[in-house]
Design a protein around this ligand. Structure first.
Ligand code: 1GP
Length: 230
């Protein structure tokens, strides 16, 4: 029904953070391609179901990016499952996934599941700390991850995750040039249209998170990237 490969812009909402009805309406009625619900800390069944029911009033695709098994529930259009390729802890490669599939593997609709090859870049981010990610990466490391995702695991999505800070666009370009089939997601520190456009020049899809909570008007402007990067 929805074609993820055409998505250029996604707003990521953190279920652990408060958002007013007014701001949520503005985000959901914008021209963004999808809403993704996901976070690192304090993601619970309660706050996910609450946010899901609020976003469901609006006619746009809704994704749950899974952070733990307890907060997974039916009702989303897609389930994005991160595997953190530069985590030093197997839990975040496939440990949680293995446990989840042991329990629910027989009831999952795999057409709704998208496996994301994550590379966590910002050493100061919560996700880097939680997953014990090896963030001290050289260009050669990034290149190897691109080959891993695109040519070895053949994952549909590679996600360059620089949560909380704007990354070096040249490195995003470098990775982008290596991918032939995997869709490149970039998220991290996008706060205005200029940054959104710069990253969208190379990433297939940009993810905008924090700025929603800091300055919703600025967040809304990033959606304009869809006009220049169709
Ligand atoms: C976080 O990649 C997203 O998972 C977006 O990053 O919150 O820094 O916009 P920001």
């Amino acid at each position: 029904m929805y074609d993820i490969t055409k998505w250029r812009h996604i707003f990521k909402l953190d279920p652990a953070k408060a958002i007013s009805d007014e701001d949520l309406e503005a985000i959901c009625m914008s021209a963004t391609d999808a809403i993704m619900i996901g976070g690192t800390d304090n993601v619970t069944e309660d706050n996910v179901i609450h946010l899901m029911s609020r976003v469901r009033r609006y006619p746009l695709p809704l994704v749950l990016e899974i952070s733990n098994v307890e907060s997974v529930m039916p009702g989303f259009d897609f389930y994005f499952v991160p595997t953190v390729l530069n985590s030093t802890d197997v839990t975040y490669h496939n440990g949680i996934l293995h446990q989840a599939l042991k329990q629910y593997g027989h009831v999952i609709d795999y057409d709704e599941v998208v496996f994301e090859g994550y590379v966590v870049l910002n050493k100061d981010s919560k996700v880097a700390k939680k997953t014990s990610a090896a963030t001290d990466l050289t260009v050669e490391d990034l290149e190897a991850y691109a080959h891993m995702v695109n040519n070895m695991y053949k994952l549909p999505v590679m996600y360059l995750e620089n949560s909380g800070a704007y990354y070096d666009v040249n490195l995003v370009k470098y990775v982008s040039d290596l991918l032939t089939t995997s869709q490149l997601f970039y998220g991290g520190g996008i706060t205005n249209l200029e940054e959104a456009s710069e990253m969208a020049e190379h990433a297939d899809t940009i993810i905008v998170g924090d700025i929603i909570y800091n300055d919703v008007k600025k967040a809304l402007k990033t959606v304009k990237v869809k006009e220049s990067h169709k």
